[in-house]
Each structure stands twice: as structure tokens, then as C-alpha cells.
Design a protein around this ligand. Structure first.
Ligand code: ADP
Ligand code: ZN
Length: 434
């Protein structure tokens, strides 16, 4: 175990496996009792004939029903609340582009615990009250704004609620306020660096940046390394989702060997998305999370649709909270092209191995002469000496990875659309035959 100053909550972060499991059983039983206040869960538990007394081990969570995004939509807005509305002090909501938005309610205790979880993550990667933390994610309904704001304040850092966008202003804040740490989506970090280059600002010499929290969208190990090299910082993967509060669900530690999911807050399962049976450690499946420390709106066995696998259950950092691999994407991000299953992250992984290329890319799927085709557009940093040879080599490497030949187009920096929030990596323009 490291020095106790390495941990913000050593009593929770350094629990043994046995202690974690005992706490999870106790908290799951409490959560179930609490969920009985909610007609949706009460009915489900009764239908399945399961009571809190049936929970004797963590594995007994499998006796409980799953909850899906559709359940949240069907019960929109407050149907999954387990406390009266007057006990709630805040709500967050997803964008709702594909139907009813989903709403998550919070009591004051929920917000306190959420801030504690985020503070714990930030402390884990080495941030301390003397740091200046700039939060460059959207505020408002999006949880990355207020989630990081309260967590960074809880840790005691000077916190700059810069919000997303206005890159020139972001850079001015970084230099004027002596920002040492930033939270942003990985695709936006690249944008900040591009504008720094245009302004003649060298992040290593002209800023105090040292730590970045990057997350909210899938990104590859290669992209992380790019970001670290670009800015001369350490960049840590941050995982969260609004249904589970937002940021603070899981974070990498300094070992950068996977995401530690806080098991005193969540029970983590990885299941086969078809059979819904657990998969062995190391195998990829769908992440299912049960909140065991939430008041307003506990969620039981929430199917996140994120695909990942267990990497380990111990870590040299001294924390025994389960470590999961970086997300491969959501099951709905998977592209099926001529019968081949492809995730955008596979393409990113290859592109990032070419120094000549920037981190901006766009995958477009089209139907031409009844055939599905993929075009990969990617920006280059400097005009390559031999464009044709480079295009050929990228095409070859992509084909090795995804087993079909995409059409590769190299473009000058700044050509592709830039988003300030989560990057849109795939445009599917294929004809759908009924
Ligand atoms: P929305 O559902 O509108 O995208 P959320 O902010 O709740 O809003 O998004 C949560 C989702 O974002 C996760 O389920 C996951 O798919 C993705 N995500 C968040 N953090 C990461 C990360 N570090 N790596 C990969 N994907 C992530
Ligand atoms: Zn660790």
C-alpha cells in the first residue's frame, strides 16, 4: 500500500475483497428495501419472488431484474424515484434525441456522495488543493459540467467553470489562471492544441498544465498517448454516465492500467448481451451496474450497453476496486458492414499509429450499387511527402484490422467538422431496404 496521503478515502479505497463484498451485500439489501418505495421495482421484485433477505452474496444480485434505458423512458420523468419529489434537490437529463429523454433525480445526500466520488478520482491521479482545475465540458443538463465542478471544489482546488467551446478563451484562462489540470472530451483536447499552435503557444513552456482527465467518449490508448505527447501531460481516462450520476463512476489510477470502478458505490457485472449470463473475467461483454449508494433513484442491474471486460481485481496502487478495460464502444456503436462487425475505435487505433495524421477523423458509410462502403476521412498534420504511398499504407493497415477495404481520404487540418461536445465519428448514409 502507498502512503495514506495517496488516498482521499483510505477506509473505502483500500478495502480488501472480503470487505468490499460484505459492504456490497449490506448496501444491496438496503437499496432493495429502499426500492420497495417505488411501484416499478416493488412489482418487479414481487413478480420474481425476491426479497432483500435473499441477498446473501454479491452474486445474488443475479436474482434481481435488469433495468434498461427503455424502462427509464417508459417511466419518464419521475417514475423510478424511490423518494418523494420534495426530498430531491436536482435533476439531470440526457439529450433525448432518440425518444423521451431520461431523467435522474438527486437528493442532497446523492449530490454529496457524487462530489465525493469525483473528488476521490481526481485525488487518485495526483491532483491536490494547490491545483487549478479547468472544466471544459458542457454545463447545464450534461453531467460533465456540474459533476466535475462539485468534485473539484470538494477536493479543494481552484475550479474554473470554463464550459465547452470558445477555444481562444479557454487558452487565455489556461495561461492567465495558471491552469494545471483540465477535464475535456479527448476530441476537444486536440482542438485546444491546434489553436495553441496557431497562437504560437507552447504548452510545455507557456502553461502549467500537468494532468488531464479525458472521457465521456470512447478513445484509444493511442489517442491518449497522442494527447500526453502533444501537451506534455499525464492524461487519465474518466468514465461516467448520467444514469449513474455522471462522472466519478470509474477512473484510471496512476498505473493507467484500466478503469477502477468504485465498488462501494456500484456492483459491477459483465454479461453476454444476448444471453444476459455473466461472462468470465477477460471476456468482452455488456457492462451492467447497480447503484448501492443512491437515495433518490437507485437503479438495479442497469444495462449500460457499453462493451468492456474485466482486467483485474487488484492493482499496485493498493486499491482492490475492480479494473475494467477502456470501453470498446456501446453495442449500438457497432457498424455491421457486409456481415463484418466493426467498432469505430478499431479504426482510430490504426489511424493514431501514423504520426503524420491528426486525431480528427470521420467514418462515412454509404450504399453504392447495392454494396455497403466505408470512407475514412482523416486530417494530416503536415502535407505528407508522398500522399499516395501514405494513403495506400493506411488502407492496408485498416484492411488488416477490419477485414474490408475502406476508401481512405487524407485532408488538410481543419477540414472536418469539429464538435465541442462528444465527437461524431460515424455518419451512416446507407440506404435501408424495407
Ligand atoms: P449520453 O447518453 O447522452 O451520451 P452520457 O453523458 O450519460 O450521455 O453518456 C454516457 C456514455 O458515454 C457511456 O455510457 C459511454 O458510452 C460513454 N462514455 C463515457 N465515458 C467514457 C469513457 N471514458 N470511455 C468510453 N466511453 C465513455
Ligand atoms: Zn490502481
Amino acid at each position: 500500500m502507498l502512503e495514506s496521503s495517496e488516498y482521499l478515502h483510505p477506509d473505502k479505497e483500500c478495502l480488501s475483497h472480503e470487505e468490499i463484498r460484505a459492504l456490497q451485500v449490506k448496501r444491496l439489501q438496503e437499496t432493495m428495501r429502499h426500492c420497495m418505495n417505488n411501484p416499478f421495482y416493488k412489482k418487479k421484485f414481487e413478480e420474481m419472488g425476491v426479497t432483500p433477505e435473499d441477498i446473501k452474496s454479491v452474486e445474488d444480485v443475479r436474482k434481481l431484474p435488469f433495468t434498461t434505458k427503455q424502462d427509464l423512458r417508459d417511466t419518464y420523468p419521475f417514475g423510478l424515484a424511490s423518494v418523494p419529489l420534495e426530498k430531491c434537490v436536482r435533476l439531470h437529463s440526457s439529450s433525448g434525441t432518440t425518444g423521451n429523454p431520461t431523467v435522474i433525480l438527486h437528493t442532497q445526500k446523492d449530490l454529496d456522495e457524487w462530489a465525493n466520488a469525483v473528488a476521490r478520482c481526481l485525488w487518485m491521479v495526483g491532483l491536490r488543493p494547490s491545483d487549478v482545475f479547468q472544466n471544459s465540458s458542457g454545463y447545464g443538463m450534461f453531467t460533465g459540467g456540474l459533476g466535475f465542478q462539485y468534485g473539484a471544489e470538494r477536493l479543494g482546488m481552484l475550479t474554473v467553470p470554463a464550459a465547452a467551446g470558445n477555444t481562444l478563451r479557454q487558452i487565455k484562462f489556461i495561461t492567465d489562471f495558471g491552469t494545471t489540470a483540465i477535464h475535456a472530451v479527448p476530441s476537444y483536447v486536440t482542438r485546444i492544441k491546434e489553436v495553441m499552435d496557431q497562437q504560437g503557444i507552447d504548452p510545455r513552456k507557456d502553461t502549467k498544465l500537468r494532468i488531464l482527465a479525458i472521457g465521456a467518449e470512447p478513445h484509444s490508448e493511442e489517442q491518449r498517448k497522442r494527447i500526453e505527447d502533444m501537451l506534455g501531460v499525464k492524461a487519465y481516462n474518466s468514465f461516467g454516465m448520467s444514469e449513474m450520476c455522471g462522472p466519478g463512476v470509474a477512473f484510471e489510477c496512476k498505473e493507467q492500467n484500466g478503469l477502477h470502478f468504485w465498488e462501494d458505490y456500484y456492483i459491477v457485472e459483465i454479461v453476454d448481451p444476448e444471453t444476459l449470463e455473466p461472462v468470465p473475467d477477460g471476456e468482452i461483454g455488456e457492462l451492467v451496474l447497480t447503484t448501492i449508494n443512491r437515495e433518490a433513484m437507485p437503479l438495479i442491474r442497469y444495462r449500460t450497453r457499453d462493451l468492456t471486460r474485466v482486467l483485474g481485481r487488484t492493482c499496485p496502487c493498493g486499491r482492490n476496486h475492480i479494473r475494467l478495460d477502456r470501453m470498446k464502444g456501446r453495442s449500438d456503436d457497432m457498424m455491421v458492414l457486409r456481415g463484418v462487425n466493426i467498432f469505430p475505435i478499431q479504426i482510430e487505433k490504426i489511424l493514431m499509429q501514423f504520426k503524420e495524421l491528426s486525431t480528427n477523423y470521420l467514418i462515412t458509410l454509404t450504399t453504392d450499387n447495392d454494396n455497403d462502403n466505408m470512407t475514412v476521412e482523416v486530417e494530416y498534420n503536415e502535407t505528407p511527402a508522398d500522399m499516395v504511398a501514405l494513403t495506400k499504407e493506411i488502407t492496408r493497415r485498416l484492411k488488416d484490422e477490419i477485414l474490408l477495404t475502406p476508401h481512405v481520404k487524407l485532408l488538410p487540418l481543419g477540414t472536418l467538422p469539429q464538435s465541442e461536445g462528444k465527437a461524431v465519428r460515424v455518419k451512416d448514409l446507407r440506404t435501408v431496404y424495407q
